[in-house]
Design a protein around this ligand. Structure first.
Ligand code: MOS
Length: 727
């Protein structure tokens, strides 16, 4: 049987997902269920002086209304816990517009929602700091710098460079827009809590909920068999989920709390607004002499993820003798921020790759050639070699597939009717990360193998990946392997589904578990008195493609287990980070080539073609890989052309629905040619997968922006690139 690795494998949960059989967090309907609905602050900053809940309490079906004046007890977050830095309802402070100030619980979701609209609050309003654009430089998080021995400062290096380019780019908040809005169903049975929720890291979520509710960690189970999208926002546990569990405890009945689409915009974190300046110094042939990257990222007072966009971009991408990166954070009274797919890399590489395109224009060097002239084989600050790097191959293959040779360097050179046509490209980079991981493999007497890991499938295909790896390792058809994940009670050591690391990290653990399970099966076969192999020398017994064999006798594992009267034999595999004796750096790479059309009269920009080529190591499932990479590239169209949520002075997001916060739809999306090199990284693991969930989004916006410049001669540095900026 040929290995299933790298082939096109259908999702094992596909039929369940398309027939409604997959149950998401809000699909659970336990007996006696009540429904919660959030009440959110309508001022940007201040305190709640009083709330009138009398009309809500008298409304049909209402069971309880919780507010800061009738709180649900929650502990403050621990120092290691991510997300917001406070617990809702524990005080009367309003930290941002949209902060939870109440929960209405009723017999139906509609009753809870209607009653929530009857709650009024009286505020003492304070001025809110909401504008990153108006804020000066933030507080530095520390400078990353490397200078050549004879260079006094980055300023000196830039000043002595024959060619310099300065680019300041900016973008507003962006939102996660998962298909499944956040929702939680909490069920207490005695002192045991089960929470159905979308979680990127079910075990960490269970630990957080236990600590915030003040119960023992063994008392909380988080179940997320299916999750409708998680791009970072499902890594922390937000106040909405904690309040749902606390309300269920207070009322002694199960509670479900689902956010409206609008509430998702404020009750969970967004990608921080960020402003960045890149200064490049180069020789006239485009060789880099200096690179300065200064960033100011939004950091809400209510807590959130720190936007540090230079660290994994300018610090590692090009060979540069002098680099200085200063990443600053600006405290604002805005809703919490959180990491969002390629969280720092997407904005960081938009800045760097836009600046590189400006350098290509200034030096009249072809953009691909410019990048080859500055190709790095080690990271320029620390001097560590990359484990594997085939970015040059990505450039070559991408340029060929795309037809880069037909590009004309001079802007406004090509038209097609009323459309100006341009081409642009950009390099992508994203860290490859292997976490310590655990998995379990279990031979069952029904002739199936169960592979389990307490990680999560956000829609990426992780569940299928477990089956493919188990099948490959055990020499079985994929259909004979049952996989499970998304449950905090599965063996400890499940990895969080973030940082594009699930496959990279979990594959070695599944392989180790399968190997240990085979050893356990062989041992059982010689030890068990009812086994046909009883008493044989284990060295003469071997497992091969689902069968245990010795001395001409061959029995499949299901038959063997039934003969032995043993329902299953299992083993757990634990694996650590990669052995890295040479201290190399692990990264994925890619190159995007993009064609855009901009209407001569209306300025409307359209992406008409994209070719993207990636070096992501070994690929497990070609179908899922194409989906992940293509989905990310489409997200990049949103980054470049559509997604933006400015915050008004009163602290309100200007857009908070899918009617006004635009994401790419089919009509915005051309055929996208995604391609990957089949080059395993032997340093990261035996299989050599480097991870591919996020890199497709990195630099796509820059390739589009560079193509827009090539089409129009207009450089748009404030995203998104909308038609008003092109007229
Ligand atoms: Mo993703 S931002 O690594 O959850």
């Amino acid at each position: 049987m040929t290995s299933p690795i790298g082939r096109e494998t259908d999702r094992v949960d596909g039929p369940l997902k398309v027939t409604g059989g997959a149950r998401y967090a809000a699909d659970h309907r336990p007996e006696g269920l009540l429904h919660g609905y959030l009440v959110q602050a309508t001022v940007g900053k201040g305190t709640v002086r009083a709330m009138d809940v009398s009309r809500a309490e008298a409304a049909p079906g209402v069971v309880a209304v919780f507010t800061p004046f009738r709180p649900l007890p929650l502990n403050p977050p621990g120092p290691q816990q991510s997300g917001e830095n406070y617990s809702a309802l524990q005080d009367t402070s309003v930290r941002f517009r949209g902060q939870v100030i109440g929960v209405v619980v009723a017999d139906t979701a509609e009753h809870a929602r209607d009653a929530a609209a009857l709650v009024t609050a009286d505020y003492a309003v304070a001025p809110a700091r909401t504008s990153l654009a108006d804020a000066g430089p933030g507080a530095s998080t520390g400078v990353l710098q490397k200078l050549a021995p004879d260079v006094a400062s980055i300023e000196a290096a830039l000043a002595s460079s024959p060619v310099t380019v300065t680019t300041t780019v900016s973008q507003n908040a962006q939102h996660h827009i998962a298909m499944e809005p956040h929702g939680t169903t909490s069920v207490w049975v005695d002192d045991q809590l089960t929470v159905y929720m979308g979680a990127q890291a079910p075990q960490q979520a269970a630990a957080t909920i236990a600590s915030r509710l003040g119960v023992d960690a063994t008392k909380v189970r988080v179940i997320c068999r299916y999750t409708g999208g998680g791009f970072g926002q499902r890594s922390p546990v937000w106040n909405e989920a904690l309040l749902c569990a606390a309300a269920a405890r207070a009322l002694g009945r199960p509670v479900k709390l689902v956010l409206s689409r609008e509430q998702v915009f404020t009750a969970i974190g967004h990608r921080a607004a960020v402003r960045q300046t890149i200064r490049l110094g180069a020789r006239t042939d485009g060789t880099l002499l200096a690179l300065a990257h200064d960033t100011d990222g939004e950091l809400p007072a209510a807590g959130g993820w720190r936007m540090l966009p230079g660290r994994d971009t300018s610090a590692v991408t090009y060979r540069t003798p002098n680099i200085r990166i200063d990443q600053r954070l600006v405290t604002l009274d805005t809703p919490p921020t959180w990491s969002m797919r390629a969280p720092a890399e997407a904005p960081g590489m938009f800045a760097l790759e836009t600046a590189m395109d400006e350098l290509a224009v200034a030096t009249e060097v072809d953009p691909v050639e410019l990048r080859l002239r500055n190709y790095a084989t080690e990271d320029p600050i620390e001097g560590r070699r990359f484990s594997t790097k085939h970015l040059d191959e990505c450039y070559r293959i991408g340029a060929e597939r795309f037809g880069w040779g037909k590009r004309q360097a001079r802007p406004r050179s090509r038209t097609d009717g009323d459309w100006l046509v341009g081409m642009g490209m950009a390099s992508a980079i994203y860290p490859a990360w292997r976490q310590p991981a655990s998995a379990r493999a279990r031979f069952r007497d029904d002739g199936r193998v169960l592979v389990s890991s307490a990680t999560s499938d956000l829609g990426t295909g992780a569940l299928t990946m477990l089956a493919v790896i188990g099948a490959d390792e055990l020499g079985l058809p994929v259909g004979e392997v049952v996989s499970e994940l998304g449950d905090s009670t599965l063996p400890p050591g499940g990895v969080g589904a973030y940082g594009s690391s699930v496959t990279t990290s979990t594959v070695p653990a599944v392989q180790a578990a399968c190997r240990a399970a085979v050893a356990a099966l062989v041992r059982a076969a010689v030890d068990n008195p009812r086994s046909p192999f009883t008493g044989r020398d284990p060295a003469t017994v071997r497992y091969r493609r689902g069968r245990v064999e010795s001395g001409g006798r061959s029995v499949d594992y299901g038959t063997l287990l039934r003969a032995m009267g043993v329902p299953h034999v299992e083993a757990v595999g634990d694996t650590g980070p990669p052995d890295n004796p040479s201290q190399c750096r692990f990264h994925c790479f890619g190159a995007h080539f993009c064609e855009v059309r901009v209407h001569r009269l209306t300025g409307e920009p359209r992406v008409s073609r994209v070719t993207s080529v990636f070096d992501v190591g070994k690929v497990v499932n070609a179908k899922a890989t194409r989906g992940q990479l293509m989905g990310s590239v489409i997200w990049g169209i949103g980054h470049a052309l559509l997604e933006s949520d400015p915050i008004e002075r009163n602290g309100r997001f200007a857009a908070a629905t899918l009617a006004d916060y635009l994401v790419p739809v089919h009509a915005d999306t051309p055929d996208i040619d995604v391609h990957w090199l089949d080059r395993p990284d032997p340093h990261i693991s035996e299989l050599g997968a480097k991870g591919l969930g996020e890199i497709g989004l990195v630099s796509t916006a820059a390739a589009i922006g560079n193509a827009v410049f090539n089409a129009t001669g207009v450089r748009v540095r404030d995203l998104p690139i909308t038609l008003d900026k092109l007229l």
